[in-house]
Design a protein around this ligand. Structure first.
Ligand code: FAD
Ligand code: FES
Ligand code: FES
Length: 487
């Protein structure tokens, strides 16, 4: 018999037999009449529906801001869902609300709950010194049509002053349990301090075990593609909520096996923030900033990006450059396939319908390997690439290219691994001349088409520039931009 979905919604325990595929946004607004959470685009683009989802990790509840318009209710079992109403204090405004009022951060008000939830998340959880840039990263997924952002930035600056060095709440920011300290200071509702015990008391669902045999119409991971594509169908279909399988998450560096073992459901943010991943890609923070928004990155999974099979998937292109192997399970047997052999055509790939991607195996690069990701899109935040590119390059002491793995997205029907270019480059000296000739080979491997993102010619030009940048960024001492352009 199906078990009820049990979770805490603000300060209320919920047990519901609603369909697991129902959207959290619809449940909040239509079933619970919590209409502070706004419905704007319903496609993850505007942030008006932002909520916090708290998950028990060890002794702490860890909160993430996300867009409730792309989250299945079935995944909320054992979680703490916080809507804007759950951040209200009884007698006064919380500090974020007060700063927004003081600085006129709201005009029509439609976006305001979403902004406040994102900013409250930053105050509750950000693992850095408070800064305006930090607040801006936190609300990178929130759009406002009215204020021009200046007043919201001013409100953020007030909060930086309050919680930063010498500010009246400085001690709270430095506290080991910041959420507890905010509750104690009366800046967050007191019930937050009870959530660890409350979530620990919820029994896991039976299906939260290693069992990949379930038959389903849809496998839902982060839901950020599926709900945009088939959102109407999911609450009427048989779905498998993959995120109920925590064993399919996380990054483990396995030196003996020579690879990172990465759970397929690891989110962009979990992957990019992992210290072992940052060690091989020191600019990962910057790359993350180019991908979607924080609200999306805490949901979007690596497997979802690969199986969405978009030629311009950001993680797909990066993971392909890293020579990743994909691991699938159909409930009976495990199967591995190299990512470079996986994509067979536009949105087609080597996978059976009942197979679940469980893991990714990423070879641990040689210590001298350099890795980089480039992307061009119309907007910096919250935009899909026009063209993107991943690179993994390694030269020996004499400057000879030992390994060159290059990808480019948006110039073929699939994320394109530049096989011929790689063969051309390996064994040649890393210099402007080699790169110039290598770019010529790369062009022969591309077949861009014109579409809404740009003409074929424009994409070819972008690909040329991004591939050039891979070399000038990774080996500036050997391949300068001027030398490359001079030839
Ligand atoms: C506003 C917005 C901005 C975006 N910006 C970007 C961006 O900048 N860059 C970018 O690359 N993408 C972007 N995306 C696209 C999307 O977020 C990504 O493709 C994301 O990785 C999808 O992952 P998911 O976990 O949400 O997948 P889902 O939507 O849950 O699933 C996608 C597909 O993969 C299947 N699937 C997922 N995991 C598994 C598994 N383990 N086993 C079997 N099947 C599985 C699902 O059944 C489904 O067919 C954006 C999307 C939105 C809505
Ligand atoms: S309604 Fe726009 S992001 Fe959810
Ligand atoms: S105040 Fe109107 S959209 Fe932001």
């Amino acid at each position: 018999m199906a078990q009820s979905i049990t979770f805490w919604l603000n300060n209320q325990k919920i047990e519901t037999d609603e369909h697991a595929g129902r959207l959290v946004l619809d449940y909040l607004r239509k079933k619970r009449f919590l209409t502070g959470t706004k419905e704007g685009c319903k496609e993850g683009d505007c942030g008006a529906c932002t909520i916090l989802i708290g998950e028990l990790r060890g002794e702490q509840v860890v909160y993430q801001p996300t867009t409730s318009c792309l989250v299945p209710l079935g995944e909320m079992h054992g979680r703490h869902v916080v809507s804007i109403e759950g951040l209200n204090l009884k007698e006064k405004l919380n500090p974020v609300q007060q700063a927004m009022v003081d600085r006129c951060g709201s005009q029509c008000g439609f976006c305001t709950p979403g902004f406040i939830v994102s900013m409250c998340w930053y105050v509750m959880s950000a693992d850095e010194e408070p800064s305006l840039q930090g607040f801006q990263r936190a609300f990178s997924g929130n759009l406002c049509r009215c204020t021009g952002y200046t007043s919201i930035n001013r409100a953020s600056l007030d909060l930086v002053e309050d919680f930063g060095e010498g500010g009246r709440f400085e001690e709270i920011w430095g506290a080991g349990d910041r959420v507890g300290a905010l509750c104690q200071a009366g800046l967050l509702p007191d019930y937050f301090s009870k959530m660890t015990e409350r979530l620990a008391a919820i029994e896991p669902l039976d299906e939260e075990r290693h069992d990949y045999t379930d038959v389903a119409d849809y496998f839902v991971a982060g839901g950020t593609d599926l709900y945009v594509q088939v959102g109407e169908e999911l609450p009427r279909s048989q779905i498998k909520v993959l995120n109920r399988h925590p064993e399919m998450k996380g990054v483990i560096r396995d030196d003996q096996a020579g690879h990172f073992q990465v759970g397929a459901l690891t989110t962009f943010e979990e992957f990019g923030q992992h210290p072992d991943i940052q060690a091989i890609m020191p600019r990962m923070d910057h790359y993350l900033h180019l991908i979607a928004s924080l609200q999306l990155r805490v949901r979007a999974t690596l497997s979802g990006n690969i199986l969405n099979a978009s030629p311009i998937g950001d993680m797909s292109n990066l993971l392909l450059a890293l020579d990743t192997t994909l691991v699938f399970h159909d409930g009976r047997r495990e199967r591995q396939v190299a990512m470079k052999n996986f994509f067979t055509g536009y949105k087609t790939y080597d996978k059976e319908p009942d197979e679940i991607m469980t893991r990714l195996l990423i070879p641990i690069p040689h210590k001298d390997t350099r890795i980089h990701f480039e992307k061009v899109s119309k907007r910096t935040c919250l935009d899909i690439a026009t063209v993107n590119s991943g690179a993994k390059l390694h030269i020996d002491d004499a400057g000879i290219i030992k390994e060159a793995s290059l990808t480019v997205g948006g110039v073929a029907a699939v994320p394109l691994w530049l096989e011929k270019t790689q063969s051309f480059l390996e064994g040649r000296p890393m210099d402007a001349d080699t790169v110039r000739q290598g770019l010529g080979v790369a062009h022969s491997e591309m077949s861009p088409i014109s579409d809404v993102r740009g003409s074929a010619e424009y994409k070819r030009l972008l690909a040329h520039q991004l591939l050039s940048a891979q070399f000038t960024e990774l080996y500036p001492e050997r391949v300068s931009f001027d030398a490359l352009m001079a030839g």
